[in-house]
Design a protein around this ligand. Structure first.
Ligand SMILES: [Zn+2]
Length: 345
């Protein structure tokens, strides 16, 4: 029963609520019982044939190169992906954001782009600059700011409905979201971002606490701070994750959402949330001039261990010590994480 299909939900509610603009964009299944993950795959295959920009994006993805870097205690992969320069190098300051046309607003989507309406509130769209063999952007149908707290239940539902093949991830508005003014998640094949495998390694998992059947763990020898929450109880997980973001906000001494990247997956009736608390978005080397500049802009994928380098120079020259120093520079200090976990109620 848990796996309701999108189409079943939509039959009950969406028709009357959605604007003609969104209805015109809606991609639906021939078979109303099609699970959401399968429907998403069908959307992707359809869009590769009907949306030239996406065809080009996936052709570009086929040419990316990978290189493994062994750091102290962990490994990462570099992905040389020139197609990501727009996103990785994106200007995300308030003025630049104000002055550009929002690329996630329904009225601004390219004419051939279609999406799957989810819970009458989000559109599952294909990302035209893919990092993964299946890469989706799940954007709110309204132009509202990127903030996680009100959408934690949606994130958990999405992860369940897209399981077992896809993982949902979230980038905070100041640490990786290239549209910080428009609420969105992304989704990618489960297990491709290395942290998802690391989070299953017994030798790495450090149990810290359990609150209302939500297990709280950290990962050791990982070169950056990460909190893992695991639970079968959705409501309890929503509460603990909400309290965790609030505790992080207090630790960081900020009034807005604490900087964080979050991955969420669902397997064996259990959710796993992986949260990277961040002290800063881009490392100092991102802002250097000329040859000293390194175009690495860590978001969930990168801090998760798949570092996208749009420039070949960076792909060839970045080494273990550079990765370690960037991770350390942009992560919350370990003592602050320990304090946050202890304070959690
Ligand atoms: Zn927008």
């Amino acid at each position: 029963m848990r796996r309701e299909t999108f189409s079943v939900r939509r039959r009950h509610t969406a028709e009357n609520l959605l604007t003609p603009l969104i209805q015109a964009r809606s991609f639906t299944a021939v078979n109303s019982e099609t699970p959401l993950a399968e429907l998403s795959r069908q959307l992707l295959e359809h869009q590769k044939l009907t949306w030239p920009q996406l065809t080009t994006g996936y052709a570009s993805l086929a040419t990316v190169r990978l290189r493994e870097i062994r750091c102290r205690g962990f490994s990462v992969w570099l992905q040389f992906n020139p197609g990501r320069i727009v996103s990785t190098g994106a200007k995300v300051d308030a003025q630049s954001i104000r002055e550009r046309r929002c690329f996630l607003c329904v009225e601004n989507l390219p004419e051939p782009q279609k999406g799957i309406v989810y819970k009458d509130e989000f559109l599952i769209l294909c990302n035209p600059a893919p990092i993964f063999a299946e890469h989706f952007t799940i954007s709110n149908i309204r132009h509202i700011p990127q903030v996680l707290a009100p959408y934690i239940p949606t994130m958990l539902d999405l992860a369940r409905d897209l399981s077992p093949r896809l993982t949902v991830f979230y980038n905070g508005p100041k640490c990786g979201a290239s549209a910080p003014d428009h609420m969105h998640f992304q989704a990618n094949p489960t297990g491709v971002i290395p942290v998802e495998l690391s989070a299953r390694e017994e030798s790495r998992r450090m149990f810290r606490r359990s609150i209302d059947s939500v297990d709280i763990l950290t990962l050791q020898d990982f070169g950056r701070q990460v909190i893992v929450l695991e639970s079968r109880q959705k409501e309890n997980l929503v509460t603990v994750l909400t309290n965790l973001t609030e505790a992080l906000r207090q630790t960081m001494g900020v009034s807005e959402e604490p900087m964080m990247n979050v991955l969420c997956s669902f397997s064996g009736e259990e959710w796993r949330v992986i949260l990277f608390p961040r002290s800063k978005h881009r490392p100092d080397v991102f802002f250097k001039e000329g040859a000293e500049r390194i175009v690495i802009s860590p978001a969930a994928v990168d801090i998760g261990g798949l570092i996208v380098t749009p420039l070949e120079k960076d792909f060839k020259t970045v080494d273990a010590s550079r990765v370690e120093s960037i991770f350390q520079e942009v992560s919350l200090p370990p003592a602050d994480l320990d304090k946050t976990i202890l304070q959690l109620s």
